[in-house]
Design a protein around this ligand. Structure first.
Ligand code: ADP
Ligand code: MG
Length: 562
């Protein structure tokens, strides 16, 4: 046998056949989630596992399941439910190589595929069933999948199945498999909907959590590029040229948008295709395999189509437009940086969206680099040096024919003329993107001006509706002429790291300012008063009165509601 070298999977009670498959695949160490699950003393009961995407959850549940004697039979024993077709097929591929040395059969029951073939597979007998919720339930109702013998149900990406509206199907499946011994729930996040489901269908689950909400994917670098409002596609083209990714997944919101974006990219000369739910399963598989094989560099997809996908070596995820919430942001970015590789998560947003994103991600501790979209001039310079690198790395000097041709040309013509001629033939052919900088700057200036006017009116309304002014804090200012309410607000928010909503009121006085802080801001202030003093707002005395909006007798007293 081949595996004489130490393998990190050796220490667990796994069948020899599985160990051989792992060694054959070249895996040497279990990932942290695999270590946790495999090392668990009892895997006989219910389990909830929280781990980030790309952490190797599939093997974490397949390995212990395949170690069960009953897997050799041809009766349905393990049912794995997964949110999307692609993900289900991916799990069955993983199951196939893993069980290559075992007499174990697997059936995939995914939507969009011909049902008769699936019925035949089930009749032939399979102990492992992997599928999407709707199709599995369909087979249960048709009586083509018998669930009496199912002893284990695995819900993969539980959070997403619920997001995608599969609650009823999941409940149907869980109700139909009531004789099961155990239910394992895998989920990167635990929203209330998942908790509710687990309370109802899992009994005393063991919890294994490898997620620290604050630092999902520390190996992924996040960058936001701001683009002019109506030039998102041009912005995308510039970013793609700049980042020069060899394999990138581009997320859009709608199916129509994926088509439009993919077409535009093809027109621009990129190798791209789309992936969305209106495509037939065959078309989807084709797009995916073109992408996996490197035949195309960019796959433009909707969230649903791309959920849970594991295409190795995705260098970049590009999110076109604002993700709907922080969890989607995290999940989309999880398509890159798989299995500990470095990845880049890039968002292409207009300036308003960028501000919303800042707000959405507050308190998550995710570090983001904010940049304006690269302009055609810098792209030109970069493309030029890439082109020069290519020239220098050409191994033309090893090709005698080309070398003697070059020598002949040099003998006949001036070198400067020659190079100029060659460059104008080929060197000018690279793409340099669009000039967007000026438009972006104009929008930014406009936003700043409007922001000043809009802020007061919107904010005072907000205050009225909230009828809450917070706790008044008195802050000294050394040079009052330099301060206005807007600057105070900005300083307070940035130094305390709170949002504008946490500052209820600002009242400027000749030598100090009264700021009404709501609880979150107040707590930060109490913990880090020095942050404000460093920014020029000096702590004086904290009063616990509410600041009154009434006019005071001071000469320069006015109030701004924010
Ligand atoms: P998750 O379900 O947590 O998102 P996957 O199970 O899809 O992650 O695994 C991500 C990738 O890591 C897959 O390509 C898988 O083959 C690979 N992988 C899993 N376990 C290991 C391991 N122990 N060593 C190396 N690669 C692994
Ligand atoms: Mg997975």
């Amino acid at each position: 046998m081949k595996h004489t070298k130490h393998n990190g999977f050796d220490q667990y009670p796994l069948r020899q056949e599985l160990l051989q498959a792992i060694v054959g695949k070249g895996f040497t160490e279990p990932t942290p989630v695999q270590t946790k699950v495999l090392g668990y003393e009892s895997l006989a009961g219910d389990l909830i596992v929280r781990a980030k995407t790309g952490s190797g959850k599939t093997l974490a549940f397949l390995l212990p399941l395949f170690s069960d004697e009953r897997m050799i039979s041809r009766i349905p024993g393990v049912l794995i439910v997964s949110p999307t077709r692609e993900l289900a097929l991916q799990i069955s591929r993983e199951a196939t190589w893993l069980s290559g040395n075992l007499e174990c059969t697997c059936a995939s029951l995914v939507g969009g595929m011909e049902i008769n073939g699936q019925i035949r597979d089930l009749q032939r007998g399979a102990s492992l069933i992997v599928g999407t919720p709707g199709r599995i339930l369909d087979h249960i109702r048709r009586g083509t999948l018998h669930t009496d013998t199912v002893h284990t149900v695995v819900l993969d990406e539980g959070d997403h199945m619920l997001d995608m509206g599969f609650r009823e199907e999941l409940e149907g499946i869980l109700d139909a498999t009531r004789k099961r011994e155990k239910t394992w729930l895998f989920s990167a996040t635990m929203p209330d909907s998942v908790r509710k489901l687990s309370r109802r269908y899992l009994s005393n689950p063991e919890m294994i959590s490898l997620v620290d909400d604050c630092e999902q994917h520390s190996e992924i670098a996040h960058t936001v590029y701001t683009v002019p409002r109506k030039r998102k596609l041009e912005g995308l083209a510039n970013v793609l040229l700049w980042e020069n990714s060899s394999r990138g997944l581009i997320f859009c919101h709608t199916r129509a948008e994926t088509r439009e974006v993919a077409q535009r990219l093809v027109d621009e000369g990129f190798r791209a295709a789309c992936l969305h739910g209106d495509m037939s399963q065959r078309e989807r598989n084709q797009a995916l395999s073109q992408f996996s094989s490197g035949h195309i560099s960019y796959l433009v997809a909707t969230n649903v189509a791309a959920r849970g996908l594991d295409v190795p070596g995705v260098e970049h995820v590009f999110q076109l437009g604002l993700p709907s919430d922080a969890e989607m942001f995290i999940h989309r970015s999880g398509r890159t940086g798989r299995a500990g590789q470095a990845g880049h998560n890039i968002l292409i947003l207009n300036q308003l969206e960028a501000e919303k994103l800042r707000f959405m991600l507050r308190g998550t501790g995710i570090h983001i680099t904010w940049l304006p979209v690269p302009d055609s001039s810098v792209i030109h310079d970069t493309q030029r040096s890439r082109f020069e690198d290519k020239i220098f790395s050409q191994k033309a000097n090893e090709n005698q024919q080309i070398r003697s041709w070059a020598a002949d040309l040099i003998a006949r013509a001036d070198v400067l003329d020659l190079v100029t001629g060659l460059l104008s033939l080929s060197g000018n052919s690279f793409q340099t993107g669009y000039a967007l900088q000026k438009e972006l700057q104009q929008e930014s200036d406009l936003r700043k001006n409007n922001g000043r006017n809009v802020q007061k009116s919107i904010s005072s309304e907000r205050l009225r509706s909230r009828r809450q002014r917070g706790t008044a804090v008195r802050l000294g200012i050394s040079n009052p002429a330099e301060w206005n309410a807007g600057r105070v607000l900005k300083t307070v928010c940035t130094s305390l790291g709170v949002s504008r909503r946490e500052v209820a009121e600002i009242v400027l006085k000749p030598d100090h300012v009264m700021v009404g802080l709501l609880p979150a801001a107040l707590e930060k202030y109490r913990r880090y008063p020095e942050n404000l003093s460093q920014a020029g707002l000096l702590q004086q005395t904290t009063t616990h009165r509410q600041p009154k909006g009434k006019k005071r007798e001071t000469s320069r007293s006015y109030q701004v509601h924010v």
